[in-house]
Design a binder for this molecule. Structure first.
Ligand code: PXL
Length: 270
């Protein structure tokens, strides 16, 4: 028998086309040699009849709790990644289930909206995320929109991105990776990692000038995989960014207007 792989649990939404959400998380874990499992919090189905608008259905809280119970008792994971929650009862349920045991690595991707037209859930959900999930986080991974919303600082450049990361750090996460991505001006896609004391800058040259779907999910899931494999947070971020960059270079198009990142695109299997 081969050696047992590390395991990680995902708690996130399903996006049926596989360009975002838990599908991306599982594909990314698998790509990096980590056994994936998890609980679906909500179901997003894009609507081809209506501009690929995002139809959103929450999963009832007791079913989320049941799924988490199954995973936790089956594999006793010490690494978990949270993606889209969508409602306050979902956040309450997930926070309670996580608080019942010790975790080594908790990656919180504070997904507030999809890149489609789903407007996002509103201020109560933002607040529940701040109060109940960010304090549990080893690493939180907001993008520009999420960093602005959660911190109250309008992020327009690296300076304000760094300020937002620090402000979010005060809400409890041990590390905050604030992702500039395509949203900030300049030649580089810049992510800033705040560790409570200093900012470390991770930058690569932007790949093209168009967005792809799945970069945020893939980044957080890659970090999760590397943490599950025993890397420290800085190394996990550095390697995750390589996988995301390779995945953007290998993007695949479909009839959805925004192309999808391809997790299998890189050479970064090791
Ligand atoms: O990319 C953010 C995201 C996360 N999770 C789900 C999504 C999306 C965006 O579409 O649908 C389930």
């Amino acid at each position: 028998m081969s050696q047992k792989p590390p395991v990680a649990m995902i708690v996130a939404g399903s996006e049926a086309t596989g360009a975002a959400g838990i599908q991306v998380d599982w594909k990314t874990l698998h790509q990096l040699g980590v056994y994936g499992m998890g609980a679906i919090t909500c179901i997003v189905s894009m609507d081809p009849k209506n501009n690929w608008d995002h139809r959103f259905e929450p999963v009832p809280p007791h079913i989320i709790a049941d799924q988490m119970e199954a995973c936790i008792n089956a594999f006793e994971p010490d690494t978990v990644k949270l993606g889209m929650m969508g409602t306050v009862p979902t956040i309450d349920t997930v926070s309670k289930a996580l608080s019942e045991r010790e975790w080594k690595n908790v990656v919180v991707d504070p997904v507030l909206i999809c890149k489609g037209q789903f407007e996002g859930p509103g201020a109560e959900v933002d607040q529940a995320l701040r109060d109940k999930l960010l304090p549990l986080a080893t690493v939180a991974t907001p993008n520009v929109f999420e960093a602005s919303t959660l911190s109250g600082i309008e992020v327009t450049d690296e300076k304000t991105l760094a300020q937002a990361a620090q402000r979010i750090g005060e809400m409890g996460p041990r590390y905050v990776l604030a992702k500039g991505g395509m949203e900030l001006p300049g030649e580089e896609a810049v992510d800033l990692l705040w560790d409570g004391q200093k900012i470390t800058r991770y930058a690569v040259k932007k790949v093209g000038d168009k967005r792809v779907n799945g970069a945020g999910c893939t980044m957080a899931a890659s970090i999760t995989a590397y943490l599950a494999r025993g890397e420290d947070v800085h190394e996990a971020v550095r390697r995750a960014k390589q996988l995301v960059t390779a995945g953007i270079e290998a993007q695949i198009s479909s009839n959805v207007p925004v192309p999808a990142l391809w997790q299998g695109g890189g050479v970064n299997r090791g």
